[in-house]
Design a protein around this ligand. Structure first.
Ligand SMILES: Cc1ncc(COP(=O)(O)O)c(C=O)c1O
Length: 410
């Protein structure tokens, strides 16, 4: 399969990681993705030749840095179809985005108010709500899924009360890979006056996301999971909410006017971006978005679907392998979490590592989900468009030997 007539070999050649690590199969893309040369070069160009503090200076270099930084914001807005670029706040990562959302929304919470959090949330969209509850006297309630990872709107309906204020829900679980029907959840939440904070970490890099269609009030995601450097993330927030909610961090750049007695704040997004901003990473992030847009979702999704099908077909034929969340490839979006009877996930990952295959083992920052599923830990393979059948075959060969390596008979 080729994108604009480029072969997968040509696409992989854009990523120096693969030639630097020719014997490795990198199958941990949900944790972080690899970076194409053009993205790293954009960061370098800024640091080496264009560096100036945006938003402050009146000289040309600073004005250009400001324009490029704001163009990066516009690129992020357009990628998720936000109505307005001012709805994009740059952060360090999704964790910071979600902490920001939880902090500013705490101002709307009173004792006994309720926050509904899905049991499948990454700790980044769970712990900040526990902290918000601890600060305000609000209560966290958990919405459960079935063993396949399916959340039903009826589960939300059962939990909603007149005290519910916030729903925290992932668009795509980093354990199941399943896409939640965020639009239906948002409609139900809004009917009941409940705001929705969605985690788009795993969806935004892999499927088209339209925040206006989904109707979410906030959406967080990380640049490093979509080819950009570590150190840049996004919080999308609906304009009216960002305008009315209080700031998070205070200090430089986020003010309008300061006297010894009183401060007025800048309009969003500056209101939520205190201090010198991360210009280099924002410009590199915009380059990553351009790269993804050039490949296009039809290409990336077809490729990830084909690879997921090949992976699951192979895994299903290996005895003692159990897939978390069912074996339907279309429900996984390149994320396949699994167990092998009698073998600890850490042993699986270390056998994989001995064979130069990078997979993730543990609770994947989703301990409450693992408790809900009754498993202490699991192993996860996560794919990106640049992975190959050959890498997956290597993984499957090692997987079929794992029990034997651990001393079980064939
Ligand atoms: C679903 C989900 N949410 C949030 C995060 C946190 O992202 P970051 O570590 O970039 O803040 C991750 C990262 O693994 C994730 O998969």
């Amino acid at each position: 399969m080729a994108c604009n007539l480029r072969s997968i070999e040509a696409i992989r050649a854009d990523f120096p990681f693969f030639s630097a690590n020719p014997d490795w199969a990198y199958l941990d893309n949900s944790a972080t993705s690899q970076t194409p040369r053009c993205v790293a070069e954009r960061l370098n160009r800024f640091l080496l030749y264009e560096k100036a503090s945006p938003l402050r200076g009146l000289y040309d270099l600073s004005i250009r840095a400001t324009e490029d930084y704001e163009a990066a914001r516009a690129a992020a807005a357009s990628f998720i179809h936000a109505e307005n670029a001012s709805e994009i706040i740059f952060t360090r990562n999704a964790s910071e985005s979600l902490n920001l959302a939880a902090f500013i929304l705490s101002s709307l919470l009173s004792p006994e108010d309720e926050i509904i959090v899905s049991i499948a949330e990454h700790h980044s969209n769970l712990v900040p709500w526990q902290e918000a509850a601890a600060r305000t006297g609000a209560v966290v309630k958990y919405m459960e899924c079935n063993p396949e990872g399916v959340f039903e709107v009826s589960a939300l309906e059962r939990l909603l009360t007149e005290r519910t204020r916030i729903l925290a829900l992932t668009h795509m679980s980093n354990v199941f890979g399943r896409e939640n029907d965020l639009q239906s959840f948002t409609e139900k939440a809004h009917e009941n006056g409940v705001l929705v904070v969605a985690d788009g970490c795993q969806s935004v890099p892999h499927i088209p996301v339209n925040v206006q269609t989904l109707g979410v009030d906030f959406l967080a995601f990380s640049g490093h999971k979509m080819l950009a450097p570590t150190g840049i993330g996004v919080l999308y927030g609906r304009k009216a909410l960002l305008e009315s909610l209080p700031p998070y961090m205070t200090g430089g750049e986020m003010i309008e006017y300061v006297t010894t007695e009183h401060t007025t704040f800048a309009a969003p997004p500056q209101k939520y971006e205190a201090g010198t901003v991360n210009t280099g990473d924002a410009l590199a992030f915009a380059e990553a978005i351009r790269y993804l847009e050039h490949l296009g979702f039809p290409f990336m999704m077809a490729r990830e679907a084909e690879l997921t099908e090949y992976l699951l077909q192979g895994m299903n034929s290996i005895p003692h392998v159990r897939i978390v969340g069912g074996s339907d490839p279309s429900a996984h979006h390149g994320i396949v979490t699994f167990l092998v009877d009698g073998v600890h996930p850490h042993d699986i990952a270390s056998i994989m590592s001995d064979n130069h295959i990078a997979v993730r083992a543990g609770h994947h920052c989703a301990q409450p989900l693992h408790q809900h599923l009754g498993i202490p830990a699991s192993t996860r393979v996560s794919l990106m468009f640049y992975n190959t059948r050959e890498e997956i075959s290597r993984f499957l060969n090692v997987l079929s030997d794992v029990r034997e390596v651990m001393g079980y008979g064939r």
